[in-house]
Ligand binder design. Structure first.
Ligand code: GLN
Length: 504
C-alpha cells in the first residue's frame, strides 16, 4: 500500500512508529496528484512548496523528540472559499481569479497551528452555488468513480481529492448539502456541523445563515479527529456558539443498541431512484440488525423546503455578493468612463451564469412589494420546518434519509435545467434551514457500482451521536471504501471487493 492511501489516523501511527517521515507522506500524495490530477482535476491551486515546508517542520518536531498531535504532518485539501493568507482564494470565480487574502480563516489558522500540511485549494461551484462543480468558473472536476460523472458539489474538488487519494483529508463548506452530497457521490464521509459549531470567519460568504465548514474524510475516525481541530468558539464570528465542545473521538464506539432512528416518509417518496432506495433500505436493515430501532416520523412541511431554501439562500447571496464591485476585491473591468459603469462591467464579466441567476432571484425576493410575499413567507416556512424537526426528535435520536435522490449524475446531464439541479438538494437543505448537524457516509452501491451515501441528521450539537452511529455502521459493514477505478463507465458491481457491502 502506498502512503497516500492511508487515513490520517493510520498515518499518525506511521509517523509515531517512524516508519515514514512527513516528507515521505507528502511526496507520496504529490506523486499521486501528478499521476491522476490530469484526469480528476480536483485542484485550482497546488501549494507544493508550502506543503513540503510544513512537512519538514513536522519532521523537525519529531526529530527533536517533541510530541506531535493527531493532525501534525497530515496532508489536507481546502475548498477554495476558505481564505488562506498569501495564497489565492478564488471561490472558483473569475471575479476573484487573482485575489490573495491578507488573512486566513480561523479554521485554516487552527489547522496550521496543529501542523497540518496544506496541499492546495480545491475546485468548487462558483461561490459554492451548485451541486456538481460544473458551475466552477474554471473547469469541472470529475468523479473518481466514473470520470464521465460529476463529483457532486459544491465541494466537489474536496470530495474528489479525498476519494482519488489526492488528499488524505479535506475541508468543505455546506450551505445546502455541499459537503454531504459530494461526499455521497464520491464514496467518502462528510459532516456538516451544527450552525455555530465551526467558525465562519474567513469563509467567503454565500448565505450567511446557512453556511457551515466541515470535514470530508475517508472514514469516520478521521472525521472525528478533524472535528476536534475545527470546532469551537471564535469571538471573530458573531454566530459562533460559546459552549463546551467535546472530544469527538470519544464517540467512536461501535454500539448503537437502542438508538432510535427516525425514518421520515416524506424523504422516501417520488423522485428517489430505485437503486438508491434499495441501498438505503439494505442499510436500514443492517442498522436494525445492529440493535437500532427504526421509528416512523413525519416532516410534513418538507415539500416546501426546496422553495424556502432557494429564496433564503438567494436573498442572502444577493446581499453578500454586492461587495464585488470592482473596487474592493479582485477583478476590475478596464476602460469604463465612470465608477457605476465599471462596477456593472466588472460584475458582468466576473460572475458566471448561475451566480447571476441567484443574484437576480435574491434581489427580486427582497425587493419592495415582493419582500412579504417571498422572503418573509420563506422565513415563516423556515420556522415550520424547524418545528417539524423538533417534533420528530421527540420520537427519535437521529433522522435517516438518503443523502441524494440519485447516484452521481453525468456531466452535462442537468446543466441546461437549473431546476433539475436544484431538485438534487432535496434531502440536504433542511439541515441547513434548521441549523442541524448532518453526516453522510458510504452505505452501499447503486447503479454502475457507484457509491450511495446515507445521511443522518441530529439534534443541535449532537454531532457525537452522528459520529457514533456512522462509526458503528462503518465498523460492521466495511471500514474503508474500496478504491475508485478512475476510469469512465463506472464499475461493474461484481468487481467490487468483498467486505465492501457487495457480499450480501
Ligand atoms: N446545491 C446547493 C446550492 O446550489 C447547495 C450549495 C451549498 O451547499 N453550498 O445552493
Amino acid at each position: 500500500m502506498e502512503l497516500y492511501e492511508y487515513t490520517a489516523h493510520e498515518l499518525h501511527d506511521i509517523l509515531l512508529r517512524k516508519e515514514a517521515s512527513a516528507r515521505e507522506i507528502v511526496e507520496s500524495v504529490f506523486r499521486r496528484i501528478d499521476e491522476v490530477e490530469p484526469l480528476v482535476r480536483a485542484y485550482i491551486t497546488l501549494t507544493r512548496e508550502e506543503a513540503f515546508a510544513a512537512a519538514g517542520a513536522t519532521d523537525a518536531r519529531i526529530a527533536r523528540g517533541e510530541e506531535i498531535g493527531p493532525l501534525d504532518g497530515i496532508p489536507i485539501a481546502l475548498k477554495d472559499n476558505l481564505s488562506t493568507r498569501g495564497i489565492k482564494t478564488t471561490c472558483a470565480s473569475r471575479i476573484l481569479e487573482n485575489y490573495i487574502p491578507p488573512y486566513s480563516a480561523t479554521v485554516v489558522e487552527r489547522l496550521m497551528s496543529q501542523g497540518v500540511v496544506m496541499l492546495g485549494k480545491a475546485n468548487m461551484d462558483e461561490f459554492a452555488m451548485g451541486s456538481s462543480t460544473e458551475n466552477s468558473g474554471f473547469f469541472t472536476t470529475r468523479n473518481p468513480w466514473d470520470l464521465d460523472r460529476v463529483p457532486g458539489g459544491s465541494s466537489g474538488g474536496s470530495a474528489a481529492a479525498v476519494s482519488a487519494g489526492e488528499a488524505v483529508l479535506a475541508l468543505g463548506s455546506d450551505t445546502g448539502g455541499s459537503i454531504r452530497q459530494p461526499a455521497s457521490f464520491c464514496g467518502v464521509v462528510g459532516l456538516k456541523p451544527t450552525y455555530g459549531c465551526v467558525s465562519r470567519y474567513g469563509l467567503v460568504a454565500f448565505a450567511s445563515s446557512l453556511d457551515q465548514i466541515g470535514p470530508i474524510t475517508r472514514d469516520v475516525t478521521d472525521c472525528a479527529i478533524l472535528m476536534n481541530a475545527i470546532a469551537g468558539y471564535d469571538p471573530r464570528d458573531s454566530t459562533s456558539v460559546n459552549r463546551e465542545y467535546p472530544d469527538y473521538t470519544q464517540y467512536l464506539i461501535p454500539d448503537i443498541k437502542g438508538l432510535k432512528i427516525g425514518v421520515p416518509k416524506e424523504y422516501f417518496g417520488e423522485g428517489l431512484a430505485p437503486d438508491v432506495r434499495e441501498a438505503i433500505e439494505q442499510a436500514m436493515n443492517r442498522l436494525q440488525d445492529m440493535g437500532a430501532i427504526l421509528v416512523d416520523v413525519s416532516l410534513p412541511h418538507s415539500e416546501y423546503a426546496l422553495a424556502t431554501y432557494y429564496l433564503v439562500a438567494t436573498a442572502e447571496a444577493s446581499s453578500n455578493l454586492a461587495r464585488y464591485d470592482g473596487v474592493r476585491y479582485g477583478l476590475r473591468a478596464k476602460g469604463a468612463p465612470d465608477s457605476v459603469t465599471m462596477a456593472k462591467r466588472t460584475r458582468k464579466e466576473g460572475f458566471g451564469a448561475e451566480v447571476k441567476r441567484r443574484i437576480m432571484l435574491g434581489t427580486y425576493a427582497l425587493s419592495s412589494g415582493y419582500y412579504d410575499a417571498y422572503y418573509l413567507k420563506a422565513l415563516k416556512v423556515r420556522t415550520l420546518l424547524i418545528q417539524d424537526f423538533e417534533r420528530a426528535f421527540e420520537a427519535c435520536d437521529v433522522v435517516l434519509s438518503p443523502t441524494s435522490p440519485t447516484v452521481a449524475f453525468r456531466i452535462g446531464e442537468k446543466t441546461k435545467d437549473p431546476l433539475s439541479m436544484y431538485l438534487s438538494d432535496i434531502y440536504t437543505i433542511t439541515a441547513n434551514l434548521a441549523a442541524l448537524p448532518g453526516i453522510s457516509f458510504p452505505c452501499g452501491f447503486g447503479q454502475d457500482g457507484l457509491p450511495v451515501g446515507l445521511q443522518l441528521l441530529g439534534k443541535h450539537f449532537d454531532e457525537p451521536t452522528l459520529i457514533r452511529a456512522a462509526y458503528a455502521f462503518e465498523t460492521a459493514w466495511g471500514p474503508r471504501s474500496p478504491k475508485p477505478p478512475l476510469q469512465t463507465g463506472g464499475r461493474d458491481r461484481a468487481s467490487i471487493p468483498a467486505g465492501s457491502f457487495s457480499d450480501d
